[in-house]
Design a protein around this ligand. Structure first.
Ligand SMILES: [Zn+2]
Length: 465
C-alpha cells in the first residue's frame, strides 16, 4: 500500500492524497490550492496524477480546498465515481458552480488587462459534468468499493455533509489494515450540526491539524453564547440608530449560524422582530441544501423543527436570489439585517450594500470571521476612514463591530481528544492540513503522548506500508 501526499501537506489548501491499495488507485479529496493567484493557478493546472489513471475519488466534504479541483481531474480523463455523503454531493454541486463562475470572472478581468491567452481552470459547464459522477452514501454505513476495499463515512461536524473517512483494506494473504482520514474536524456544541462522531480505530490515521498548536479559549457552547450576545448587541444598536445591520459572511456555515441565533434571539424577545435578508445566490443555495438534509441536524435543531420553528425559513427571513430582489433591499426603510457574501468583502453583493450604507452613521457593520490581509474587510475592521469600492471613495461613518465568530475547526485540545482513543492501534500517525507552525508542534505533542509513527509529510512525499 502506498500513500502520496499531493496537497494540504505542510499547508492547508489543495487537500489531495493518492492511495494505491487492493489493486486500486484513488484519491482522498481533490481540492484547489488557494493563495497567490499565479502560483495557485499553476499548481491547480499541473495535476500530479492524471484523471485517466484514477479508479475513483473519496470526498470528505464540499469546501473548495477539498473538492474544488474535481472538474480539472475530469478534464484530464477521470471517468470514475466520486464517493461522498448525500449533503456533500448536493453542496459540491453548488460550490463547484460558484467556483467556476469566480474563475470565469477572474479570466475576464485578466483578459481586459491584456492577458488574452488565459483560460479558466474550468467552466460552469465542465463543473456540471463532475457532479453527475457522484455516488452518495449514508453516514456510518459500510460500502464495498472493490474486493478487499471497504469505505465508511462518519460525521465530522465541520460543515453540512462533512465526514471522516474510514477504509478497510485487505490485500490477498495479508492482515486487514484500517485507515482513518479525519477530513476537517469540527467542534462540539456548534449550532444546527451534530457534534463530530468519534473517529474509527485504525492502524493509520491521516489527521488534519489546522489548529494543532492553538487553543480556541472557550468551548463550543460558550463560543455560541458569545456570538449570540454580540449579535444581540449589534441588532439593538442598529435599532436604536434606525440603521441597517450589514453582516459580511461566508455562504456555508456562518450564514446559517447567524440565521439560527437571530431566530433564537427574536423568539426570546431580546428585541422586536426585524427583517433579515440573505442576499447572495450562493448563501441562499447553501441554506436550501442544508434544509434538504436533516440527517445532518443535531437534536436541538430537530426539536426546533418539531415545534415548527425552523430558524432557516422563519417569517422574518427573505432570501434574495435575483438581482431585482437584491436591489429591492435598498428601498427598505428603517432597520433590517442584511447578510451577504463574500465574508471578506472581496466580491459579491456585500459590496453594493457597503457602497450604499458605509457613509451612513446609522449603519452598523458586523464582522464575524477572520479578515485576511489586503482585503476590503480588513481595511474596514482596522478603522480606515475611507475605502474604495467600485472605483469610488466611500467614507466610513458606520459603526464597525466584531461579532464573536467561531472556528469550524477543532483546536489542539479537541484534536487530542479525538485522536487519543486511536492510540493503542495506531502504527502511523500522519499530520496533514496544517501550516508548519501548527503541524510541527502538534507532532511533538503527539510523540510526547506516545503516538507511534508520527510524521509530517511534505508535498510529494510517499508513505509505503
Ligand atoms: Zn473544510
Amino acid at each position: 500500500m502506498r500513500i502520496r501526499f499531493l496537497g494540504a501537506a505542510r499547508g492547508v489548501t489543495g487537500s489531495m492524497h493518492l492511495i494505491e491499495a487492493a489493486g486500486k488507485r484513488f484519491l482522498l479529496d481533490c481540492g484547489l490550492f488557494q493563495g497567490r493567484r499565479e502560483e495557485a493557478a499553476e499548481k491547480n493546472r499541473s495535476l500530479a496524477v492524471r484523471g485517466a489513471d484514477l479508479d475513483f475519488v473519496i470526498l470528505s466534504h464540499a469546501h473548495i480546498d477539498h473538492a474544488g479541483n474535481l472538474p480539472t481531474m475530469c478534464k484530464s480523463g477521470f471517468r470514475g465515481r466520486v464517493h461522498a455523503t448525500h449533503a456533500t454531493a448536493d453542496l459540491s454541486d453548488v460550490m463547484l458552480q460558484d467556483s467556476a463562475q469566480i474563475q470565469e470572472r477572474d479570466v475576464e478581468f485578466l483578459r481586459k488587462r491584456g492577458r488574452a491567452t488565459v483560460e479558466p481552470l474550468y467552466t460552469a459547464h465542465e463543473a456540471a459534468e463532475i457532479t453527475r459522477r457522484f455516488v452518495t452514501h449514508d453516514y456510518n454505513q459500510w460500502v464495498d468499493l472493490a474486493p478487499g476495499l471497504k469505505l465508511q463515512f462518519r460525521d465530522a461536524g465541520h460543515i453540512m455533509g462533512s465526514a471522516s473517512v474510514n477504509l478497510e483494506i485487505r490485500e490477498p494473504g495479508r492482515e486487514t489494515v484500517r485507515l482513518t482520514f479525519t477530513g476537517d474536524l469540527g467542534r462540539p456544541k456548534m449550532p444546527i450540526l451534530r457534534d463530530p462522531a468519534p473517529l474509527a480505530p485504525a492502524e493509520i490515521v491521516l489527521t488534519e491539524c489546522t489548529y494543532g498548536n492553538r487553543v480556541h479559549g472557550e468551548p463550543g457552547e460558550e463560543a455560541g453564547r458569545q456570538m449570540k450576545a454580540s449579535l444581540a448587541l449589534a441588532v439593538k444598536t442598529a435599532l436604536k440608530q434606525g440603521g441597517k445591520l450589514i453582516i459580511p459572511a461566508f455562504s456555508v456555515g456562518r450564514t446559517q449560524n447567524i440565521l439560527y441565533y437571530l431566530n433564537e434571539l427574536m423568539e426570546e424577545g431580546a428585541f422586536p422582530k426585524v427583517k433579515v435578508f440573505v442576499d447572495s445566490p450562493m448563501s441562499v443555495a447553501a441554506t436550501e441544501v442544508l434544509q434538504r438534509h436533516p440527517e445532518c441536524f443535531d437534536a436541538e435543531m430537530h426539536a426546533k423543527l418539531q415545534r415548527a420553528s425552523d430558524p432557516l425559513i422563519a417569517s422574518h427571513i427573505e432570501m434574495a436570489r435575483t438581482v431585482e430582489e437584491s436591489k429591492r433591499i435598498n428601498r427598505i426603510g428603517g432597520t433590517a439585517v442584511i447578510i451577504a457574501a463574500s465574508g471578506m468583502c472581496e466580491f459579491g453583493r456585500i459590496l453594493h450594500h457597503l457602497a450604499n450604507h458605509l457613509d451612513d452613521p446609522r449603519t452598523v457593520v458586523g464582522f464575524v470571521g477572520y479578515q485576511a490581509e489586503h482585503t476590503l474587510g480588513r481595511r474596514i475592521v482596522e478603522g480606515s476612514r475611507s475605502v474604495r469600492i467600485y472605483g469610488e471613495d466611500v467614507p466610513v461613518r458606520a459603526k464597525i463591530v466584531k461579532l464573536n465568530g467561531f472556528s469550524a475547526h477543532a483546536d489542539k485540545e479537541e484534536l487530542l481528544f479525538a485522536l487519543r482513543p486511536l492510540k493503542p492501534d495506531l502504527q502511523h500517525t500522519v499530520l496533514i492540513h496544517g501550516e508548519t507552525d501548527q503541524s510541527l508542534p502538534f507532532a511533538a505533542t503527539l510523540q510526547l503522548e506516545g503516538f507511534r509513527g508520527v510524521t509530517v509529510p511534505a508535498e510529494g512525499d510517499e508513505l509505503r506500508i
